[in-house]
Design a protein around this ligand. Sequence first.
Ligand code: 3HC
Length: 303
Amino acid sequence: KRPAGAPDRELAKPVKKVGVIGAGLMASQFALLFARKLRVPVLITDLDQGRVDKGLDYIRGEIDTMEAKGRLSADDANQVRALVSGTTDKAAYADCDWVIEAVFEELGVKQQVFAEIEPIISETAILATNTSSLSVAEIGANLAHPERLVGFHFFNPVAVMPLIEVVKVPTTDDASLATAMAVAKKLGKSAVITADRPGFVVNRLLAKVMGEAARALDEGTPLPVVERALAPIGLPMGPFELIDLVGWKVAAHVQDTMVHAFPERFYASENLHRLAEVDAPLVKSKLGKVEDLSKAGRKAVRL
Ligand code: 3HC
């Protein structure tokens, strides 16, 4: 069945080479997923070779683990290894027909990335952004071909989370939207088409939960109490463990975007920002360890 708002799937363009811009936490995870599921060459790039190598090391480590656990056969593991490569030379992206960026969550940085890559790729290649809360239309505001622009928002951990938010902007044409839906399906994900609104759908809800958790902490509720409060209804992680997973800076950024867009509806926590500055793991892993705060984290929340 065709998802709500999805165009005719016949319009989807073939994707024979994927270009990922960024080699950080999200970019490396989905570069691997593209190689595994689409079985096409995937390029990653970043500001310098050190960052590219770090991304490649992560990807190779994950492939090794999947092979060791028998989730990829030796042949498949070798094939996937050979498909992913890294470069600092953007000219190598010329024949990519799907390019997705996951660089620093700042409008100017993302616009700059698109300005650099658009003249290199073909006029028909899709340009996607993994932004979690910036306006997709603004990121692509200076594109010569804004009809190829889509948001394609993954969730962390990429290998496990089943959803992708596909963001349609007014300029997105049916072929680009159909391609995004087809790519999501090949990646084994469910896709929902969302409008280009702050926080799309998921981060609107998450920012509410994280904001209220931060407010409870600010008002003096002990962190372990806040962290465990929702466990009995079956949430796999407490709010602070989840913030640890997505990154404090990302979480603070999402919060800022939502507070800026809807000042009466979202809560701005000074503590969240101080913790984002420290960027230290606050909660180690499981609910039982929430007291296990780093020194820097304790100082930042004045516990
Ligand atoms: N990479 C690959 N696989 C991973 C992984 C990772 N980083 N983390 C966990 N997994 C896999 C494990 O290998 C395991 O697979 P298996 O069952 O086949 O062996 C499976 O996930 C379950 O892992 P674990 O048994 O180790 O741990 P849990 O059962 O506690 O689950 C979790 C871990 C899947 C992360 C779960 O706690 C969870 O779903 N947490 C919520 C995550 C969430 O809400 N993410 C969305 C964040 S919002 C976001 O990203 C948007 C951004 O814009 C802010």
